[in-house]
Design a binder for this molecule. Structure first.
Ligand SMILES: [Zn+2]
Length: 257
């Protein structure tokens, strides 16, 4: 019988060395919904050694068409997403160490929730929380893999602190999106697609394939299918408060110009 990971180890750029790096890897998934739940599942199956799951909520029946971690029983029992998700992930791969936090990301806990991890996956659903996550990743110097999805389309950005544009560089306005998936809808394949792309970037970071990580903003539409990568042509670290270390959302920080 072959080993659990032999098929992905046969992928040349990954190999056994990459698998060992994954085993020692640490990832945090902030938000266990449509994106974070699928990403967490893929990370656990791939053999990432440590996963920290952060989410304050409970799954609901209208989550189940697109969220892979939860069952009808979880909804009926009112199990928190982190608890139901961790149980499912442990059933998939007992080699993965899973830590759960049933809390919302906030200014007071953001740094503690991310500290010690090698990559952060954004599974959040509000612009305000994403800006906070962006600042915390920049402050700690941890790569952030952002994805967003609505209707049948989405976007993907990898923030490499100090090496390229952050979320605020891409989206300078702090406005919330004009409409949410609750209003406009969302289809499962689009969510799974964006979560897969997001996970691929996180795995590249964890296996040490930094030169293969997405540069720019990947825009995806499934209806009809279209993939485009946009460049950020005028990144200026000093023009962005977050990139120059002026954290407006984290507590106790004076501008660090
Ligand atoms: Zn920035």
């Amino acid at each position: 019988m072959g080993s659990r990971y032999q098929m992905q180890e046969r992928f040349g750029p990954w190999g056994r060395a990459g698998q060992e790096r994954l085993r020692q890897g640490r990832a945090v998934v902030v938000g266990l919904g449509v994106l974070g739940g699928t990403a967490a599942m893929l990370l656990a199956r791939a053999g990432v050694g440590f996963l920290r799951l952060v989410d304050p909520d409970h799954p609901s029946l209208d989550n189940l068409h697109r969220q892979v971690l939860y069952s009808e029983q979880d909804v009926t029992a009112g199990r928190p997403k982190v608890e139901a998700g961790a149980a499912y992930l442990r059933s998939l791969n007992s080699e993965v160490s899973i830590e759960t936090h049933q809390v919302a990301l906030g200014p007071g806990n953001a740094l503690d929730l991310l500290r010690g991890c090698g990559v952060v996956l954004d599974g959040l659903d509000s612009a305000a929380a994403r800006y906070l996550l962006n600042e915390a990743c920049l402050k700690l110097g941890i790569p952030l893999v952002h994805a967003g999805v609505i209707k049948a389309q989405g976007q993907l950005v990898v923030v490499r602190p100090g090496q390229g544009p952050c979320l605020r560089c891409w989206f300078p306005s702090r406005r919330e999106p004009p409409a949410s998936s609750a209003e406009l809808g969302i289809i499962g394949p689009a969510a799974a697609c964006l979560a897969s792309l997001q996970t691929a970037e996180a795995l590249k970071i964890l296996v040490g394939a930094q030169d293969q990580v997405l540069e720019g903003l990947l825009s995806v539409d499934l209806w009809p299918p279209r993939f485009r990568t946009l460049e950020h042509r005028h990144w200026d670290r000093q023009a962005c408060p977050a990139c120059r270390g002026q954290y407006e959302l984290l507590p106790g920080d004076s501008p660090g110009l």
